[in-house]
Design a binder for this molecule. Structure first.
Ligand SMILES: *[C@@H]1O[C@H](CO)[C@@H](O)[C@H](O)[C@H]1NC(C)=O
Ligand SMILES: *[C@@H]1O[C@H](CO)[C@@H](O)[C@H](O)[C@H]1NC(C)=O
Ligand SMILES: *[C@@H]1O[C@H](CO)[C@@H](O)[C@H](O)[C@H]1NC(C)=O
Ligand SMILES: *[C@@H]1O[C@H](CO)[C@@H](O)[C@H](O)[C@H]1NC(C)=O
Ligand SMILES: *[C@@H]1O[C@H](CO)[C@@H](O)[C@H](O)[C@H]1NC(C)=O
Length: 336
């Protein structure tokens, strides 16, 4: 009897340790910097969420049964309209590592959009659990004591539009872009009263680099040692996309550790504390007329891409600025 109890404990210990170590590892991600097209296996947790047969949002695999995405992506409660694609790089295929699942449950954070765009987080439960391999693996989530200082280099990934003037369909090839974290003080200065930047949001981006319609629900991920940690869920941004002075907005994953843990009760999700070192430049950030977007309307360069590094194009026309959620379907609503 005593021997048996010890054995079970031992098994459990081994099991949970290996589970925790397994998140956030991408054995096939060999990229160092730059590039546009992602290669197979680079982001094995990236999910393409299809609504009624078309890509609408990204998501991330966080266990063998659950996908994390944005609340604003959940536009229906009819479960059989959803299909989740795992292990894919292109929307058109062929994708030799593709596995699909239907959805048995969706959970939207009940405080979503209170205030505007806040708590933009949701979960989807797979109809059946998925087999983990080098192309389909869970990401680690940022635990609640994580720190993401300004300028922390992270990556955004997705099939969203490459530019705001492109058609509202998913881009075929999964895109990746490295963008720096923009601290909350600076991001609040940037967005002024248009979007109140809350503790449940994290910003990242730089001119010409950011998220666009169709990227929503996908990850902002940062590497710590050999492990990728999800810092954010793509949520909102300026229209046109990646406009200078307006970093992309994400739901701050570390603010939802308790919420996620409670929703997936009994499932092993890997939370990792992401640490920053040195000085956080955001602590001493002060809004001023030279840093805030006082002169935005004088911007003459149309700057926009999704997770890509498209060359800047000059344009004589000043784009009309607005702020939108960035699922493909929301763009349809806001543009007309
Ligand atoms: C990405 O893939 C597309 C289609 O194969 C190709 O046209 C494009 O040049 C690639 N981009 C880069 C930067 O390799
Ligand atoms: C952080 O997460 C741990 C583990 O779930 C929990 O015990 C703790 O209460 C959380 N702290 C906060 C501030 O939510
Ligand atoms: C942001 O907060 C301020 C002050 O509470 C409020 O006046 C403003 O309407 C808010 N803006 C948005 C977009 O929620
Ligand atoms: C991050 O900080 C936490 C708390 O101080 C510590 O337990 C953990 O080992 C650190 N992780 C890394 C990778 O440095
Ligand atoms: C304001 O305009 C100046 C001159 O065009 C430009 O250099 C500066 O970056 C702009 N500031 C912002 C915050 O866009």
């Amino acid at each position: 009897m005593a021997a048996l109890a010890v054995w079970i404990l031992f098994m459990c210990t081994v099991f949970t340790e290996s589970e925790a170590q397994d998140c956030g590892v991408a054995p096939l991600n060999t990229r160092i910097v730059g590039g546009v097209n992602a290669s197979a296996g680079s982001w094995p947790w990236q999910v393409s969420i299809h609504y009624n047969g078309a890509h609408i949002c990204g998501g991330t695999l966080i266990s063998d049964q659950w996908v994390l995405t944005a609340a604003h992506c959940i536009i229906t409660s009819t479960l059989d309209l959803w299909t989740l694609y795992f292990g894919i790089v292109t929307q058109s295929g062929p994708n030799p590592n593709q596995v699909t699942r239907t959805v048995s449950q969706t959970i939207v954070n009940s405080n979503y959009n209170n205030p505007k765009f806040n708590n933009d987080i949701a979960l989807m439960k797979l109809s059946s659990s998925i087999t983990i391999n080098n192309y389909i693996r869970p990401i680690c989530l940022a635990g609640n004591s994580s720190q993401f200082y300004s300028s922390t280099p992270c990556w955004a990934t997705g099939w969203g539009r490459l530019r705001s003037d492109q058609p509202l369909v998913a881009y075929n090839i999964l895109q990746e872009v490295q963008i720096p974290v923009v601290g909350p003080k600076e991001c609040s200065c940037d967005y002024t009263q248009d979007v109140n930047i809350t503790d449940q949001m994290i910003c990242a981006g730089q001119p010409n680099k950011g998220t666009c319609q169709g990227d929503s629900g996908g990850p902002l991920q940062c590497k710590q040692g050999s492990v990728w940690v999800q810092a954010g869920i793509s949520s909102f941004g300026p229209q046109p996309c990646a406009l200078a002075g307006y970093p992309s907005g994400f739901a701050r994953v570390s603010a939802f550790q308790s919420w996620i843990t409670n929703q997936v009760f009994g499932t092993n999700v890997g939370f990792v504390t992401f640490n920053s070192s040195g000085i956080n430049q955001d602590d001493s950030y002060v809004c001023s007329s030279t840093t805030a977007n006082q002169n935005q309307t004088s911007t003459t360069t149309q700057k926009q891409t999704s997770a890509s590094e498209t060359t800047t194009t000059s344009s004589a026309t000043v784009p009309e600025l607005s702020f939108t959620l960035i699922s493909a379907i929301c763009a349809l609503f806001t543009q007309n």
